[in-house]
Write a protein that binds this ligand. Structure first.
Ligand SMILES: *[C@@H]1O[C@H](CO)[C@@H](O)[C@H](O)[C@H]1NC(C)=O
Ligand SMILES: *[C@@H]1O[C@H](CO)[C@@H](O)[C@H](O)[C@H]1NC(C)=O
Length: 198
């Protein structure tokens, strides 16, 4: 198995620049809701790929799952993949995400993530930022746009976890007094974001 891995890695590194940066061992997935796949790409890489969830341990995952087909690799460096219709597979370790040429050419692998865990979880990254955005959207986006006009779009969008998490934090710090007076729900949401980030 070691020899096979080495051969495989050397083929990858000579032919392609794609790298999967998430999921990883330190940033795994939960079995609840959409999960994030992020990658690095160089100009000579393919312009699109498909995303496959796999596991060497076939007792954990008997067949690979195609999570996304024909992803545009050039206009973004991350994507949120929906929970498969059959649900996420059993929680455990040694999962990997493959970026492959297409749904029908899964043996042409551009890049492979490190092994990562799928853990039981009520709160995914996406769920956190979605609830924060929706519960504080009215007040937050207004003060946000006066402060830094350009970041309003990313604050409202759900695509990027990082930008949507940083915006509520900024808002919470600058206007936490107003929030506390206006709505307990918003205060709770801001407090929750604060505790998640700290
Ligand atoms: C998708 O990527 C393949 C390379 O794998 C390329 O040949 C094809 O033109 C791309 N399609 C589009 C629409 O970008
Ligand atoms: C991943 O799961 C394994 C057990 O399958 C566990 O030993 C390991 O600590 C977990 N790693 C992380 C980063 O949670």
């Amino acid at each position: 198995m070691h020899a096979a891995t080495l051969v495989f890695l050397s083929v990858l590194s000579t032919a392609f620049g794609f790298q999967v940066t998430r999921p990883s061992l330190s940033q795994g997935w939960t079995n609840n809701g959409p999960q994030t796949v992020a990658w690095d790409r160089v100009a000579t890489d393919a312009s699109n790929f498909s995303i496959v969830l796999t596991n060497l341990d076939r007792s954990v995952l008997s067949t690979d799952i195609v999570l996304a087909d024909f992803v545009d690799a050039t206009s973004a460096s991350s994507i949120s993949v929906s929970q498969p219709s059959s649900g996420w597979p059993t929680t455990g370790g040694s999962y990997r995400v493959n970026l492959v040429k297409s749904k029908n050419e899964q043996t042409t692998i551009y890049a492979q993530s490190t092994e990562f865990n799928i853990t039981a979880g009520a709160a995914t990254e996406s769920a956190k930022s979605t609830s924060a955005t929706s519960s504080s959207a009215g007040t937050a986006s207004r003060s946000q746009s006066t402060a830094t006009g350009s970041s309003t779009d990313s604050a409202d969008g759900s695509a990027s976890t990082d930008s949507s998490m940083s915006s509520p934090l900024t808002t919470g710090n600058s206007a936490s007094g107003n929030f506390a007076l206006s709505a307990g729900v918003v205060t709770a949401a801001v407090a929750m974001i604060g505790s998640v980030l700290l």
